[in-house]
Design a protein around this ligand. Structure first.
Ligand code: G3H
Length: 484
């Protein structure tokens, strides 16, 4: 946002793609706000909401839907630019960046459709129960602070923002430290289609900008997709946490569990996608393989071959699977957790595993991992595939029970009946159990949730409106007269 340089300080945004001099390529400038500027964004939102009496919350749903549709149309007109910015800024492959954009628009349209058909809405029409005639009006929560992670900076922000806006909320978006520029390209569309103060941006350090915002107690809802410690810190900064609605999708240490009767070729194909698409930088990535000891050797060998063959390169290279990592500190962190494992007896089994060149970290398959190692517990969020073995299903359940994670699991077996007790056990620990397929969030009409430290609330095009809305019951014993 160069035009704002005279208003607040800006700093370079760089890409993980190196330029001819071997440095990260400069791709833009972004405002580095301080707490006072962030408070101005909050004031703007509080004013636009005006305790529910503002223009936006008082509009009819149809009016808000029309404005959101106009906004989406303006955004779609800039699709290619936004996709290109995503490619440069977060280094998603061109195909995946385009998918992120298209999925975002499709999600928004599904939310609109769900609202129009009042999907999942109970008592939307007048209903009489025990002589009380009532109906539910669903309305906004108020001022929503939203944060999305760098791996889906557009999609996951919009998966919260669009339903929130449609319900009449106003939002303060804290742009991710990596992945902010795609949002900068949306500013014109916001100005052209939505009333002033309905969407507000904060950029800069989260610690600096958001503590003052939360301390005011004027944030009514927090939509947080990202690391669990960040969510904890923000919630704790609110003076009355019980008044804060929290919707979160956080981390996952998802297990890929390979039973002895699994089709190993299918398991390998799904684990490669599940563990390494977008370099493993997905909350839903498979982050720990638990393989039965009888098939550990063949699975490890097949996995090492398949991963070694993945093409590394730039995001627009044909067939590329592994691209530079946007987080500058990530290669060092990954090396550290791999070293921790190898010094305790684990081994890297693919020849180029953990090699670093430029921003590229070659995916490492690490065998003989056990619970004494950091890789067994930490969410590596990068191209490292730890493999641990088990003897009985009880071992798997014990590991799942002991984990902080409650997001997903993937079970690979050719005998669903034999795995049924495992599904029963996991169903009280994680939010989704996958059979013979990788872990993932979509299709987006299905509920995406989690347990433990992985999530609070459900994300889906049908459920999202609930996260950012409150029901008001209008009730009467008067069977004759209509009320609003
Ligand atoms: O990073 C977390 C995302 O919710 C994962 O979504 O499974 O569609 O890649 P995905």
């Amino acid at each position: 946002v160069e035009e704002e340089e005279d208003v607040w300080p800006c700093e370079d945004v760089t890409s993980p793609i190196y330029d001819a001099t071997g440095a990260r390529t400069r791709i833009g400038r972004l405002a580095v706000m301080d707490g006072d500027w962030a408070l101005k964004a909050l004031e703007s939102a509080v004013g636009a909401f005006d305790a529910g009496q503002g223009e936006w919350p008082q509009m009819s749903l149809a009016e808000r839907a029309a404005a959101v549709e106009a906004y989406l149309a303006a955004l779609v007109a800039r699709r290619d630019e936004i996709v290109e910015v995503l490619v440069w800024e977060i280094c998603k492959t061109s195909a995946d960046a385009a998918k992120e954009f298209d999925r975002t628009v499709e999600f928004a349209r599904d939310v609109l459709q769900a609202l129009r058909t009042a999907k999942n809405e109970e008592f939307a029409d007048w209903t009489v129960v025990d002589g009380v005639r009532a109906r539910v009006r669903r309305g906004p929560v108020g001022v929503c602070l939203m944060l999305a992670p760098f791996n889906y900076p557009l999609n996951e922000m919009y998966a919260m923002m669009i339903p929130a806006l449609l319900m009449g909320n106003v939002v303060v978006l804290k742009l991710p430290a990596i992945g902010a520029l795609a949002h900068v390209l949306s500013i014109d569309a916001i100005r052209a289609t939505l009333p002033k103060g309905v969407v507000n941006f904060v950029s800069g350090s989260g610690r600096v900008t958001l503590s003052p915002v939360m301390n005011t107690g004027r944030v009514d809802a927090l939509g947080f997709i990202g690391g669990r410690r960040g969510a904890d810190a923000l919630i704790a900064a609110h003076p009355h946490p019980h008044r804060l609605r929290v919707f979160s999708q956080l981390e996952g240490k998802n297990m890929g569990i390979v039973l002895p009767d699994a089709d190993l070729d299918n398991a390998v194909a799904e684990i490669v996608k599940g563990a390494l698409s977008f370099n493993g930088q997905r909350c839903t990535a498979i982050k720990l393989i638990m393989v039965h000891e009888d098939v550990a050797d063949p699975l490890t060998a097949k996995l090492a071959d398949a991963i070694e063959a993945l093409k590394r390169g730039l995001p627009w290279d044909e067939g590329v699977k592994i691209t530079p990592l946007p987080e500058t500190a990530k290669p060092a962190y990954l090396a550290e957790v791999v070293d921790d494992a190898t010094t305790k007896g684990a081994r890297i089994v693919n020849p180029t595993g953990a090699d670093v060149a430029g921003g590229l970290f070659s995916p490492a398959v690490v065998a003989d991992v056990d619970a004494t190692m950091r890789l067994f517990h930490e969410e590596q969020f990068g191209p490292v595939v730890p493999i641990a073995t088990f003897s009985t299903l009880d071992d798997v359940v014990a590991a799942a029970k002991a984990s902080w994670s409650g997001q997903q699991a993937a079970i690979f077996t050719s005998d669903a009946g034999r795995a049924a007790p495992l599904v029963d056990a996991l169903a009280t620990i994680v939010g989704r159990v996958n059979f013979n397929m990788q872990c993932s969030r979509g299709p987006d009409v299905f509920p995406f949730s989690g347990r433990r430290s992985s999530a609070m609330g459900t994300m889906s095009s049908y459920e999202a409106i609930r996260a950012f809305s409150v029901e008001t019951l209008v009730a009467t014993r008067d069977a004759e007269r209509d009320i609003a």
